[in-house]
Design a protein around this ligand. Structure first.
Ligand code: ARG
Length: 471
């Protein structure tokens, strides 16, 4: 760094009251430029809106505004072209841009920070960032929901066992199982929309903590930056990072959902389950075991959920001990935020991309769906529908299961007489009870019956198509 030798100490923008130099360790510790440079676009947008407002209000001259806006646009281009020198001695993105602006345009640059503090500035930048991140999350979740729906359409007739306690329970349609995840990701989308709405409030104009002494027009800044409202308490505005917590909370729960889906894919791809083969493009090999085909994508998605959950806890812990108003602790909100944004987006996108690569073994799914007496509930229901109290029916069928198990048989091996031994209310039509009948019996709203699931698929598609897309 050219100006960073001890002989020529860099001037700090806040250096007026200082005569001694900052300790090198402190400088490194204090600086956030290595990561908050990611906020350059938000910072420049906020500064442009602020400068325009200052000129409209007669606080700075129009010529200064023009120099500021042109200078900031040029700096943005430099950053995007990779030509901007980010300097550690200039601490953070706000001071890096302001100092570079002043180098470029002189005194006009020194006027930009009128009626503003880095405290309301960074809160504004971070809100703009979170707002965009919520939109990106909704878009990624949308691709996931679409992928699940398309897989549910492709596998409309595929049957698998449904589980409770990870024990085979009742036959279900795979499409029903997939749409369960679609429902989770739809709720996640709602949560991100709500997080977006709460983030979409302008803190700028709160100053360092107490408001500013100029005749500013906050509403016009809010309009220019697309904020729905202005913050109503200056102390809260600079100290509040609830919107970061909201983002993390929505992200963490989405990642939990993704992790559950990932876990199912991992289980399904085992030799033990054998329901799914993951196409080569989404599988990985072992460096020692030539036969291996590993579900790394799903495992990484499951693993990344740990980070995002950790980041949620970090964001809460960061706030819990802070007195009002702004404290430097809040600089620590950024890396975990960026990490959650990146982890969520890549995990959701890659898992969505993997969905079509899941090749289901339909015969194996069907065989597993009837094995282990999965129709037992239906047989008990059969009796109950003929007037037998359900508890009595449950016991009769339980005895049939025990009898079959002792003889190494399945329900298919039973004759009508065997059934009648267990309960006299059984008729010949009990022998016709099969997967199709079991599924068709569940055409209740929200059930796994083929008609109910077809309706759910249509509803999911309508929901996806009817949604207004923010970005
Ligand atoms: N880099 C700081 C942050 O991320 C910017 C605000 C600094 N404000 C201050 N008063 N030191 O929070």
């Amino acid at each position: 760094m050219p100006n960073d030798t001890p002989e020529t100490p860099p001037a700090k923008l806040w250096g007026g009251r200082f005569s001694g130099q900052t300790d090198a360790l402190v400088e490194a510790f204090n600086a956030s430029i290595d990561f908050d440079r990611r906020l350059y676009r938000e910072d420049i947008a906020g500064s442009i809106a602020h400068a325009r407002m200052l000129a409209r209000q007669g606080i700075i001259a129009d010529a200064d505004r023009d120099a500021i806006v042109d200078g900031l646009v040029a700096i943005r281009e430099e950053i995007e072209a990779g030509r901007f020198e980010f300097r550690l001695d200039r601490e953070d993105i706000h001071l890096n841009i302001e100092a570079a602006l002043t180098e470029r345009i002189g005194d006009a640059g020194r006027r930009l920070h009128t009626a503003r503090s880095r405290n309301d500035q960074v809160a504004t930048d971070t809100r703009l960032f979170v707002r965009a991140a919520c939109d990106e999350a909704c878009e990624a979740l949308r691709s996931m929901r679409l992928a699940l729906l398309e897989l549910a359409e492709r596998e409309a007739d595929t049957v698998i066992p449904g589980y409770t306690h990870l024990q085979r329970a009742q036959p279900i349609l795979l499409a029903h199982h997939l749409l369960a995840y679609e429902a989770m990701f739809t709720r996640d989308t709602e949560r991100f929309s709500q997080a977006r709405a709460r983030a979409n409030v302008l803190p700028l104009g709160s100053g360092a903590l107490a408001g500013v002494t100029y005749d500013i027009d906050r509403e016009s800044v809010a309009r220019e930056l697309g904020f729905e409202a202005i913050s109503t308490n200056s102390l809260d505005a600079v100290a509040d990072r609830d919107f970061v917590v909201d983002y993390h909370a929505a992200a963490a729960l989405s990642m939990v959902h993704l992790s559950r889906l990932a876990e199912e894919v991992i289980l399904w791809a085992t030799a033990e389950f054998g329901f799914v083969d993951i196409a080569d493009a989404f599988s990985t090999g072992s460096s020692i075991m030539p036969q291996k085909k590993n579900p790394d994508v799903a495992e990484l998605a499951r693993g990344k959920s740990a980070r995002v959950i950790g980041n949620l806890v970090q964001s809460l812990t960061l706030l819990k001990g802070q007195p009002l108003a702004y404290n430097k602790d809040n600089q620590e909100d950024k890396e975990p935020l960026f990490d959650s944004v990146d982890s969520l987006l890549i995990s959701v996108r890659v898992m969505a991309a993997m969905m079509p690569a899941l090749i289901f073994d339909r015969e194996r799914g069907r065989a597993a769906a009837v094995a282990n007496f999965a129709l037992a509930t239906d047989i008990a229901d059969y009796l109950a529908k003929r007037g037998v109290p359900f508890r009595e029916a449950h016991e009769a069928v339980g005895k049939l299961v025990a009898r079959c198990e002792a003889a190494g048989q399945t329900f298919d091996d039973l004759s009508l007489e065997d059934y009648r031994d267990a309960h006299p209310a059984f008729e010949r039509d009990v022998l016709a009870l099969d997967i199709e009948a079991a599924l068709a019996a569940r055409n209740v709203p929200g059930g796994t019956g083929p008609q109910a699931v077809a309706d759910a698929r249509i509803a999911a598609r309508e929901r996806l198509e009817g949604e207004t897309r923010t970005p």
